[in-house]
Design a protein around this ligand. Structure first.
Ligand code: GSH
Length: 255
């Protein structure tokens, strides 16, 4: 199965309009892959804050020298800010906060306790939810799929029990919501192929997911659903060759 960017080389739908609106050179160059949920996190943050950026589509699977010079891990998202390179989706989101303090709203709470609390749940999304979601898609035998689904429901129920509503921390759309939003956008794949349903997680989760997926910044960074389906096809057959898929298969943390 070819990597996603060979299947389809650029964003579609609402995300394409956003790409087209961000072609002018800027201090911040955003190296993106339209299909990537980690990219979508940083992209949502840029859109929320109205930060000027130049969008550049790269194929991270090609590991071209120019891109490896920017991110030695060879993964999107990455940025060049005034000629200096940075990467890692959540690090980038926090960098946007620090480098553009006048661009509101802030994605992290002011209060020190609440900020640390938010980071606990951001960490939970990255270390517990995202691998759980991928394991569910990659599971092949029925028993393994059932076990992965039951585990994902538990993971999401623990998260849901903390949702204040409409967003995780209440009225304030924050980095916790951004951290998980791309997988809410893509959970239809798990629904169509692995028996997942938002209702089965619980009413809080379903309502929360609806608030997050209809947030303007989430919609503006979303490509057409049929294109995501193509991207996930190799995961569903456990044939994906991304660094994340290889790490999960080997029982390692995703890079
Ligand atoms: N931990 C990284 C993960 C980024 C990541 O895995 N990006 C994928 C696309 S979704 C990638 O660039 N894959 C290329 C590869 O696996 O070779 C982050 O949060 O930015």
């Amino acid at each position: 199965m070819p990597p996603p960017t060979d299947l389809f080389p650029h964003a579609t739908g609402a995300a394409l309009k956003t790409v087209e609106a961000h072609q002018e050179p800027q201090d911040l160059v955003f190296y993106s892959g339209w299909f990537c949920p980690f990219v979508q996190r940083s992209w949502i943050a840029l859109e929320e804050k109205g930060i000027p950026y130049q969008y550049k589509e790269v194929n991270p699977y090609k590991k071209e020298k120019h891109f490896l010079d920017i991110n030695p891990k060879g993964l999107v998202p990455a940025v060049e800010y005034q000629g200096k390179a940075l990467y890692e989706s959540l690090v980038l989101c926090e960098f946007f906060e620090d480098a553009y303090p006048t661009h509101k709203p802030s994605m992290l709470p002011e209060d020190a306790y609440t900020k640390a609390y938010a980071r606990i749940w951001i960490d939970y999304v990255g270390k517990t939810f995202v691998p759980g979601f991928m394991r569910l898609l990659m599971a092949q035998e029925t028993e393994k799929q059932d076990a992965a689904l039951a585990e994902l429901y538990e993971v999401l129920r623990r998260f849901s029990a903390q949702i204040k509503g409409p967003f995780f921390l209440g009225e304030h759309f924050s980095l916790v919501d951004i951290a998980i939003a791309p997988w809410i956008t893509r959970d239809v794949i798990a629904a169509e192929h692995r028996g997942y349903s938002r209702e089965d997680v619980g009413a809080e989760w379903k309502q929360y997911a609806e608030h997050v997926e209809t947030r303007e910044s989430v919609l503006r960074t979303k490509s057409n659903q049929d294109k995501y389906a193509q991207v996930y096809a190799p995961y569903l057959k456990d044939e994906a060759q991304s660094e994340a898929a290889k790490a999960l298969r080997a029982g390692r943390a995703i890079p």
